[in-house]
Ligand binder design. Structure first.
Ligand code: G
Ligand code: G
Ligand code: MN
Ligand code: NA
Length: 254
């Protein structure tokens, strides 16, 4: 596999970068955390994550790549916290990373090395991860949560086991999938479903984050629904570390 060989080389040659997308408190527009998003510049060509994450997972390269992202992002966010205010970090995980040997220890090491408190780290998982190796995945995520790390269900509402998942896994946050948010204001069913998810999340004591906010009317409706947090191109695009640097030096809000 040519892509697999290229991925291996990319890792050695440090061709990967991390972008950070701000997540804001919807009531105040205050930046409360950033989501780390991996980027690959293969020479001068940008390869979208959708194209290489599957092969990285299949070859197992997601494990060293994910570990690099974890350590690097913890280090950068800890530095921002030291120079400004206490933002949190959200990281996307793949199933293979969670079940890899020493996953829990690696997270503990990344926190200890960087000085980032466990409570400032949120790990994002999707429902499908519970299908294979579900027991081992839940066990490890529960161990991390016992350390104080937060758990979020990403793309919430699109999986087939949303409610069962909420019951099985002690989660702190749900992230409403953009396919719901996209219909806010122009599709009655999607608007109703979004409102219902916000209520469900709050009734269960969870933080609810709306993803994929692109239009002002979506932002407005989410605020009126009392949704806790938001993320999307309208609020802020994913940005390189230096973008977060200047944001953290100049303003609490976006
Ligand atoms: O950044 P972008 O919207 O293109 O991300 C596309 C997909 O890649 C999303 O589903 C996102 O969760 C996933 N993704 C981005 N960064 C990471 C990462 O560091 N690790 C894993 N496992 N997935 C990621
Ligand atoms: O699956 P996950 O939620 O982790 O995907 C995150 C990806 O969504 C990021 O790669 C980011 O680039 C993308 N994203 C973030 N905000 C928006 C948005 O408002 N619109 C669209 N289309 N994509 C977004
Ligand atoms: Mn995510
Ligand atoms: Na998502």
């Amino acid at each position: 596999l040519e892509l697999a060989a290229d991925l291996q080389r990319a890792l050695i040659e440090q061709q990967f970068a991390i972008e950070y997308q701000p997540i804001v408190d919807l009531a105040t527009s205050r930046v409360t955390s950033v989501e780390a998003l991996v980027r690959w510049w293969r020479g001068s060509v940008f390869v979208p994550p959708e194209q290489f994450l599957g092969p990285a997972e299949d070859t197992g390269l997601i494990v060293p790549l994910g570990e690099w992202i974890l350590r690097e992002a913890c280090r950068e966010v800890a530095a921002w916290r030291a120079s400004s205010w206490d933002i949190g970090l959200s990281l996307n995980l793949s199933a293979r990373q969670i079940t890899a040997p020493r996953f829990v220890e690696t997270v503990e090491e990344a926190l200890a090395e960087s000085g980032l408190p466990a409570s400032a780290l949120t790990l994002e998982v999707i429902e499908e991860m519970l299908v294979e190796d579900a027991e081992e995945t839940i066990k490890r995520l529960s161990e991390l949560r016992a350390l104080g790390v937060r758990l979020a269900i990403d793309d919430f509402g699109t999986g087939y086991a949303s409610l069962a998942f909420l019951r099985q896994l002690p989660v702190d946050m749900i992230k409403i999938d953009p396919s719901f948010v996209s219909g806010l204001g122009n599709d009655d069913t999607l608007t109703l479903l979004t409102r219902t998810i916000v209520r469900l999340g709050h009734d269960l004591g969870l933080i609810v984050v709306a993803e994929g906010i692109e239009r002002p009317e979506q932002l407005d409706l989410l605020k009126r629904m009392g949704c806790t947090k938001g993320q999307g191109f309208l609020v802020a695009r994913p940005m390189a570390a230096r973008g977060v640097d200047s944001l953290m030096r100049t303003s609490l809000t976006v």
